[in-house]
Design a protein around this ligand. Structure first.
Ligand code: AHR
Length: 677
């Protein structure tokens, strides 16, 4: 039996309770949300090989391709000459010795190039042509023995650009550019449009080709499909729609581990993620591949703008994943200054130095920012340096922006929050992270019920029930929902929360490439062509779509219990009592509309009949709305080939009164909307 007490005003529900957390992991942006289709577009992904690129040689053409890298230092003159600028220092050289047949370069995309009917793609690239053969490599030679390349007439002329099947037999879209005679780099742009009869496929490649001999150089090769809100350099439409449906209130970015980087020199380089793509060299990522940084600081902010989310900016705080750190004091000052500049880029007006830069980048209006996170998971910093580092950042930020809230990554009492204490500055908000199996989440669903209300506020900045891979299954969704009932009931304390990781490209390993994802439990999955939400995704969407502004206290009696399954070994959960509840619930009310939202999780394999008592309710409509997410067994899940196996089912229900009975399905998460009159 559940008794909802409508006589006592409950705690306020945080209006920012549910948001998103994001970082470049599992090909979240490159090969994910960021719509660029060309993998390794500036040829820097791998210094030893032109990864994702291959040579096209047909009809007797003789040709080769080679990376040309103008690394700083003592490199051959020929290579230095091929850099476009300090960011675009590596290019691809195509040497065509015998023409007549087709010769060119092909890009495989991020596990394929998605081809859709009636679709216009924007292609662009830098190219220059010469008839000179590559110079002999003589780095010590101050005067090159070979003359500066001179454009031969045969390189100038049409260059064909196409999207075609991997065997080259079907051309889905093609066009030409007219390569002019020039020794200098020049950017060419064109549109490629597919026909109405094209069948969707990702078994396709992008090709730039010629039938003329010569030496051709390529850089910054780009191909964009239509993007969300038609933003140039924008995001994939299908994934943005999935996110928009979640109605997220904020976006925590850029990490996570991606903020920190493997070494002190690898932190998220926000400055070189700004402006034209020509100025973005990319950088060493944290998850085993090299991010292009096409998703840069302004793109994160515009993503927030598109989905009406408030940015929650994490600033690098001088601690890297290899355990190295910068001590508080003069050495840390440049890092604090850098964070202040970054904050100014986000929220400074156009009269500030960095606000003016943002305006020059096309966004004069400042973004609203109320929370800044100092670092990420600094509980792993065994030196204990975070106490001093946090204080120095806190003082610097508060001096310039007194209204900004500084989130600490340690200083609370739980998990990483418990690893280390803050003694110099008191944390206002502490970020706590939880990754556990379903048993662990359900065992600890009441985690925040008895927290001290007079200390810091809690930001659950990363959490997930880790069941099912690469996207989570129904059992995870049950664990998530149980955990969310606890956060929602305590959302006077838990002011913000966000699931992590958000995205995974679900492509499997091939004989030549590793799988696309690195983390095992993720919310939204996709390949080049389509995307889907996990059962956990639908739980997130349900919880955030149906929520009031006040918590309604609920008392439960005779709640079914469960005992710990033998294979559950989560160390934190092992300390929990056993048995634990197998049903979880929370209720909130919208005091403006009078709507009540009762969420009930039934983690048992049997339908459960529940008496519901609306104590103190006024006039009620007998009709309400029921949303149910359920499956036949806990392992049920959604996949790229079966994306809608578990989705919410919305129905009208009747028979609602001050006391009524409802049966909640086995393995289900339900939301019952009750309308007061
Ligand atoms: O969400 C995946 C990783 O988990 C994050 O990058 C890191 O902060 C945490 O350890």
């Amino acid at each position: 039996k559940l008794t909802l007490d409508l006589t006592k005003p409950g705690a306020n529900v945080s209006p920012q309770l549910y948001g998103l957390m994001t970082e470049e992991i599992n090909h979240s942006y490159d090969g994910g949300l960021y719509a660029e289709l060309i993998k390794n577009r500036i040829f820097k992904d791998n210094p030893n090989t032109s990864e994702a690129w291959s040579l096209i040689r047909e009809g007797g053409a003789k040709a080769t391709i080679q990376l040309v890298a103008a690394n700083p230092g003592n490199v051959p003159t020929d290579q230095q000459r091929q850099a476009i600028n300090g960011a675009l220092t590596t290019c691809l050289r195509l040497v065509v010795d015998t023409g007549g047949g087709r010769a060119g370069i092909a890009n495989e995309g991020y596990w394929g190039i998605p081809v859709l009917p009636n679709t216009t793609y924007n292609a662009s690239f830098y190219i220059k042509g010469t008839d000179n053969k590559p110079f002999p490599t003589q780095p010590w030679d101050p005067k090159p023995t070979v003359a500066v390349p001179i454009i031969a007439d045969n390189t100038a002329g049409p260059i064909t650009v196409s999207i075609e099947s991997n065997d080259g037999k079907t051309v889905y879209a093609s066009g030409t550019i007219n390569l002019v005679k020039s020794t200098f780099w020049k950017k060419y742009e064109l549109k490629l449009t597919t026909g109405a009869d094209v069948k969707p496929t990702s078994a396709a490649r992008f090709v730039i080709s010629t039938k003329r001999t010569g030496v051709y150089y390529f850089n910054l090769v780009s191909l964009f499909p239509p993007t969300y809100h038609n933003r140039p350099n924008g995001n994939r439409i299908d994934i943005m729609k999935l996110l928009a449906d979640m109605k997220p209130r904020f976006l925590r970015f850029p990490g996570g581990n991606f903020l920190e980087g493997p070494k002190l020199t690898d932190a998220f380089p926000w400055k070189t993620t700004l402006g034209p793509l020509e100025g973005r060299p990319g950088h060493t990522g944290s998850w085993g591949y090299r991010p292009s940084d096409g998703m840069g600081l302004l793109e994160f902010l515009e993503w927030c703008e598109d989905l009406k989310m408030e940015p929650l900016l994490a600033v690098y705080a001088g601690y890297s994943l290899d355990g190295d750190h910068v001590d508080a004091g003069p050495l840390l000052k440049p890092y604090v200054d850098d964070a202040l500049n970054e904050i100014e880029y986000v929220m400074g007006d156009i009269h500030t130095y960095w606000g003016a830069k943002r305006a020059a980048d096309g966004h004069p209006a400042p973004f609203k920012l109320s929370y800044v996170e100092i670092g990420n998971e600094d509980g792993f910093d065994e030196s204990g340096s975070y106490d001093g580092r946090f204080a120095q950042f806190y003082d610097g930020i508060k001096a310039k922006y007194p209204n900004l809230h500084c989130i600490s990554t340690i200083g609370g009492k739980d998990w990483l929050g418990g690893r280390g204490k803050l003694t110099i500055r008191k944390p206002e908000v502490v970020d706590e992270h939880y990754y556990r199996d379903a048993w662990g989440m359900e065992a600890d669903a009441a985690h925040y019920d008895n927290y001290d209300r007079n200390g810091y506020k809690v930001f659950v900045g990363e959490w997930a029930t880790t069941e099912g891979k690469p996207t989570t299954n129904l059992n995870a969704a049950l664990g998530d929902a149980a955990w969310m009932t606890g956060m929602e009931r305590n959302s006077d304390l838990v002011i913000r929360s966000c699931y992590a990781p958000l995205f995974a490209n679900v492509n499997k390993a091939t004989s030549t490439a590793p799988k696309a994802w690195q983390w095992e439990s993720n919310l939204i999955g996709y390949d080049a062509l389509t995307s889907f939400g996990s059962p956990s995704y639908y739980v997130q969407k349900m919880f955030n779509s149906y929520i009031g502004n006040k918590v309604v206290p609920v008392a439960g009696v005779n709640i079914p219990t469960q005992t710990r399954p033998a294979n559950k070994t989560d160390s934190a959960a092992n300390k929990m009592p056993d048995p634990i509840p197998a049903m979880f619930y929370v209720a909130t009310q919208d005091t403006n509309t009078g709507k009540l939202f009762l969420k009930v999780v039934n983690a048992t394999g049997k339908p459960q009949q529940v008496d519901i008592d609306l104590n103190g309710a006024g006039q009620l409509s007998p009709e309400g709305t029921l949303v149910v997410i359920k499956g036949d067994k806990p392992e049920d899940t959604n996949t790229i080939s079966d994306p809608k196996k578990i989705v919410p089912v919305i129905s009208k229900v009747s028979g609602i009164s001050k006391k009524f009975t409802r049966t909640f399905d086995a393995y289900s998460v339900s939301m019952l909307q009750i309308n007061t009159l």
